[in-house]
Design a protein around this ligand. Sequence first.
Ligand code: ATP
Ligand code: MG
Length: 655
Amino acid sequence: MSQPTIESILKEKRLFPPSAEFSQTAHIKHLDEYQKLYERAAADPEQFWAELAESELHWFKKWDRVLDWQPPNAQWFLGGQLNISYNCLDRHLTTWRKNKAALIWEGEPGDSRTLTYAQLHREVCQMANVIKQLGVQKGDRVGIYMPMIPEAAIAMLACARIGAPHTVVFGGFSAEALRDRLVDAEAKLVITADGGFRKDAAIPLKIQVDKALEHGVSSVDNVLVVKRTGEKTHMEPGRDHWWHDLQAGVSGHCDAEVMDSEDMLFILYTSGTTGKPKGVVHTTGGYNLYTHVTNKWAFDLQDTDVYWCTADVGWITGHSYIVYGPLSNGATTVMYEGAPRSSNPGCFWDVVEKYGVTIFYTAPTAIRAFIKMGEHHPKARDLSSLRLLGTVGEPINPEAWIWYHRVIGGERCPIVDTWWQTETGGFMITPLPGATPTKPGSATMPFPGILADVVDLDGNSVGENQGGYLVVKHPWPGMMRTVYGDPDRFRRTYWEHIPPKDGQYLYFAGDGARRDETGYYWVMGRVDDVISVSGHRLGTMEIESALVSHPSVAEAAVVGKPDELRGEAVVAFVSLEDGYQGSEDLENQLKEHVVSEIGALARPAEIRFTDDLPKTRSGKIMRRLLRSLASGEEISGDTSTLQDRSVLDKLREGA
Ligand code: ATP
Ligand code: MG
């Protein structure tokens, strides 16, 4: 008997084809072209990826075998040798790109720096030499705990250059979170800064490193400190070193280490939206190829582009699409230190105007914040340089998509809604902007070479427009290789929820989705968050989107709470747009709005107004905490990646 799936209730039908002007110059110009690529890749994925590996990357030695697949362990390009820092830097130096801007950086106080490929190469080599002097060898792990300054990218590339896997820990994390990750990764060196600027304040970082190392992390011998804020900083003799001291006089040449394709490139911990973060391991060859090709096609990277991804380098988005993907392509990548803040809510649009940004990539949580701040901020700037927009991190509510399209994109820019995960290394389901007509709220179709499906718990494909579990049926080059130090957790988390189907292993993403009658995928939220009302299992995203389509609602999160009659009842946490007040009347209006948008089944039993929702530090709503709140339980489970604890306290008081 087939297992219950998830029901779909959303009725979004709007369609936005790419303009002829956009398609004309795009890498992939037409839906037919996408379909041909897709079919060719599906028929022989190994051949497809091997051809791209040959044409897109520089290899010191070609591989002997494209894929070794012993589920759940995949190895790509066996016997091949390369270095991702070489592909991101050295190979551009023999072309005209040598003096092209590689990295444009804007600091929050208004200072800025542009590094050409030649300059970036030099600094990376210098840092690589310094790291070696500090005793780090190929295979040793290095912790990176940095603000958003060029040295964050330089440190990553320097580690990659000498074959020392990095583990970047988001600079907003506490000393304990940093310590946990340094211990888990057994890092030998930590690269940090005195601090960084965020929301009009100098945020100290080195002090957190000191705390993390207070009782000793036995593996860590040295700390390399970049001067950014100039705050008074304690330097532990024998352990701590200023970067500018060691940089002075060090050589700007450092050969890139010859790495095997499957040598570990980095460990990165997931955001912790659903539980204890997992130390995701990525390796060299497959990751380099996958981020390169996905970035090139889905963002249509051209040499004239100024590409800006607003993520932090502490997340996978920053790894794949601020640093490795764009630089491997020889693109110009923008990095911004700060965040929208009350003193300048329009600072992002200032950056777009100042540098003539052409491609802009951000998250739904940021878009919903822009909506709340008001469209007069972007309207007051010249955004006409933009030609393409992207979104990642959560399902985007169709109304937020439409706002992004209208206000930021001037109704002219395609939007690529990219579905992917830390685990997948790069985009999995995404439009190719010159080819794929888009639908608000849908990530559209799988990238060529990605064999996705929506299945029930037995692994059977579900029908059109029926919800189920999003899976991937064939390995791809950018996939994670394991959970660091815990291969068992790797197997349990991703490969055992759904049994192999006809001998084929299915990668379980943990997200619910449906595929519509045109083959488009709609991600419906996390399967852990599914709500079961009177035997109907509903994803969170569709009810939330109905709420967000009401003019008063800025952001919404729905969860289930136990209900004797119906199994679960829908509870909605709603934050309102400026100028609206929570009231019984509005509560009733919103309930009726959900009923008229999607039906009586989804009617919220309760609506709680709140200024803020609990989010991870990467901006995702943590529904598992709201679920505990709604049912009056103690909050348990991992909360180490929560952005702001006071949000929970306020919600508790309001209850
Ligand atoms: P953890 O795995 O520790 O709970 P996390 O899942 O938030 O944390 P990430 O790898 O940063 O860690 O996020 C990946 C998840 O983000 C996806 O599984 C999906 O739920 C969500 N997501 C990302 N992009 C999209 C998108 N375009 N549409 C819908 N959901 C998305
Ligand atoms: Mg996850």
